[in-house]
Design a protein around this ligand. Sequence first.
Ligand code: NAD
Ligand code: DAU
Length: 354
Amino acid sequence: MTILVTGGAGFIGSNFVLDWLKQSDEPVINLDKLTYAGNPENFASLTGDARHTFVQGDICDRALIDRLLAEHQPRAIVHFAAESHVDRSIHGPGEFLRTNIDGTFTLLEAARAYWSALEGDPKTAFRFHHVSTDEVYGSLKPTDPPFTETNPYEPNSPYSASKAASDHLVRAWHHTYGLPVTTSNCSNNYGPYHFPEKLIPLMIANALAGKALPIYGDGQQIRDWLYVTDHCSAIRAILAKGKVGEVYNVGGWNEMPNIEIVQTLIKLLDELSPRADGKSYAEQITYVTDRPGHDRRYAIDARKIERELGWRPAETFQTGIRKTVEWYLANQDWVANVLNGSYREWLAKNYEAR
Ligand code: NAD
Ligand code: DAU
C-alpha cells in the first residue's frame, strides 16, 4: 500500500506527509515541482526514511505521472499541488490556470487511465482526493449562514476561479467516468511551515524584523481559521471513511476579523519575544490599500464531516495560534532561508506601491 501526494513540499502538503508518517508506515510518494512555495527543508526530518520518496516534477507532466502510477501502484492520490496565493493570482493569473486547472486535468486523466486498468479490490479501494478551498463559494454577508456543501460557486479571484474550475473537473470525472473521487473545501489554515507571504506568518516575520504590519483596507475581513494538522486529520478521515463522489467542507468554527488575528499575534509576541525598546509590536501596524476584489467574509459549516465521519478539530484557536508563534520563534532559520531574493522581489511588487 502506498499513497501519491502532490504538493507535499508546500505548507499543508508537508504537514500532511509528516503527520501521515507519524500515524502509519504506509509509504508516501511525494511529487512536487518545488516552485517558490515548495521547500524540501519542510521534510528534512524524513531524510533516510524509506517510507518517503520525493520526486521533483510537475503535475502537468503526463508521462511522469503515468510512470509514477505504474511504478508505485498507489491506492490513493491526495492532490494538494496548486498555486495558492490570492495576491499573486491578481498580479499574474496565468500560472494559476496552468497548475490548478491544466495540472488537475492531467492528474485526473492519468488517474483515470491507471484506475481503469485496475481490477478487483485495488480498483474498488482506489481514491482520488482533491484538496480545495472555501473561496470557491465567494463572499458572505455579515448575517449569512456559513457555507455548506450545496452553496453555489461564486469565485471572485483568479485563484478561486481556478480552484473552482478544478473542483468542477473532479466532479465531472466522477460523474462521467466513474473515477472514485472525494473533494474537501477547507477554510484558512495556519501553523508550522506556512510560507511568510500569507497573513499569519507574514505578520510574525515582519514584527520580528521591525517592519510594518500591513493591514489591507479596514482589517474587518473575516476568515475561519483552522490549525493545519486538523485539516490533515480531516483528509485522513475522508480517505478512510468518505463516500465516493462526496464533497466535505472543513473548517475551524473560528471566524475572526483580520485585525483581531494581528492583535492576537502581537499579544503573543509581546509576551514571548518582547521588543528591545519595551514598546508593543502594535506600533508597527500600518493600514494599506485594500486587495482588489477582496472577499469580505468566509465561514464554513463543518457539520457534514462531523455527522458522517466523526471529524472535529482538535485545536482551539487559542492553543493553535500559541503553538504557531512558538514554532516560528524556534525556527527562525527556516524563515531566514525562505526570505531569499525571489521573496524580496515579491514583497516589493505587492507592498511598495500600496
Ligand atoms: P502552498 O502554496 O504552500 O504549496 C503548494 C505546493 O504545490 C508547493 O510545494 C509547490 O511547489 C507545489 N506546486 C505548485 N505548482 C506545482 C506543479 N505544477 N506541479 C507540482 N507541484 C506544484 O499551498 P498550501 O497552502 O499548502 O495549499 C495546498 C492546497 O490546499 C492547495 O490546493 C490550496 O488550494 C488548498 N487550500 C489551502 C488553504 C490554506 O489556507 N493555505 C486552505 C484551503 C485549501
Ligand atoms: O480560505 C482558504 C484560503 O485561505 C486558501 O484557499 C488560500 O490558498 C490561502 O492563501 C488563504 O487565502 P486568503 O486570501 O484568505 O489568505 P491570506 O493569508 O493571503 O490573507 C488572509 C486575510 O488577510 C485576507 O483577508 C487578506 C488579509 N491580508 C493578507 C496579507 C498577506 C492583509 O490584511 N495583509 C497582508 O499583508
